[in-house]
Write a protein that binds this ligand. Structure first.
Ligand SMILES: Cc1cc2nc3c(=O)[nH]c(=O)nc-3n(C[C@H](O)[C@H](O)[C@H](O)COP(=O)(O)O)c2cc1C
Length: 184
């Protein structure tokens, strides 16, 4: 179902970013072509080298690629993608997407895509339960974005509650279901 699909995988500064490497691996195994776009904070959690080796493509993070006047085009990326998946997505990025604060490549690309967007939140239980997070998720739903609900369990903080990013295998299933429903 994902064979040949062009996927933008957005990664943000959550501890769950380590799961994004495995998620990327699964998407590539399914035959998808994956372009990683990572926030500056995301790079504190997982290295672009890992992501570039797994995707077979340079990772996009900064607007300006080098000091030679070249830049990354969020518009071209937006036109290229069949689907955009942001996993994990932080509370901060949710807020930026709701209000249109396009101050990094990821949010700028999000605002440029024409394809369906799936987001998989990951955060501590209190951040997830906070009214601002809940309101932002409702707003993003109203924009037509698909929310992949986090699970409950032990969180990286050691606390127990809702906020764990959905497991990579389940996220891949959500995307496969989406494309199979579209086909029928
Ligand atoms: C160790 C550590 C873990 C964090 N984990 C999360 C997280 O799981 N979810 C979240 O919303 N923010 C988390 N944060 C806070 C974000 O990294 C911070 O809000 C950052 O500005 C997010 O930027 P970004 O959304 O542009 O990637 C964490 C911060 C630290 C230091």
């Amino acid at each position: 179902m994902l064979k040949g699909k062009k996927i933008i995988l957005g990664i943000t500064g959550s501890i769950a970013a380590y799961k994004a490497a495995y998620l990327l691996r699964l998407l590539v195994k399914e035959g998808a072509e994956v372009q990683v776009v990572i926030t500056p904070a995301g790079k504190e959690f997982i290295t672009p080298v890992t992501l570039s080796a797994l995707s077979g493509k340079p990772v996009v993070s900064e607007f300006f690629a080098a000091n030679d006047g070249t830049w990354h085009s969020h518009v071209d990326l937006g036109l290229w993608a069949d689907i955009m998946l942001i996993a994990p997505i932080t509370a901060a990025t949710l807020g930026k997407m709701v209000t249109g604060i396009a101050d990094n490549m990821l949010v700028t690309t999000y605002m440029s895509v024409k394809c369906p967007v799936f987001i998989a939140p990951a955060m501590d239980l209190d951040m997830f339960a906070h009214p601002s997070t809940q309101r932002n998720l409702e707003t993003l739903k109203s924009y037509g974005n698909h929310i992949i609900e986090p699970g409950s369990g032990v969180l990286a903080s050691g606390l127990h509650g809702k906020g764990r990013m959905e497991e990579p295998e389940q996220i891949v299933e959500v995307l496969k279901d989406y494309f199979s429903e579209k086909k029928n």
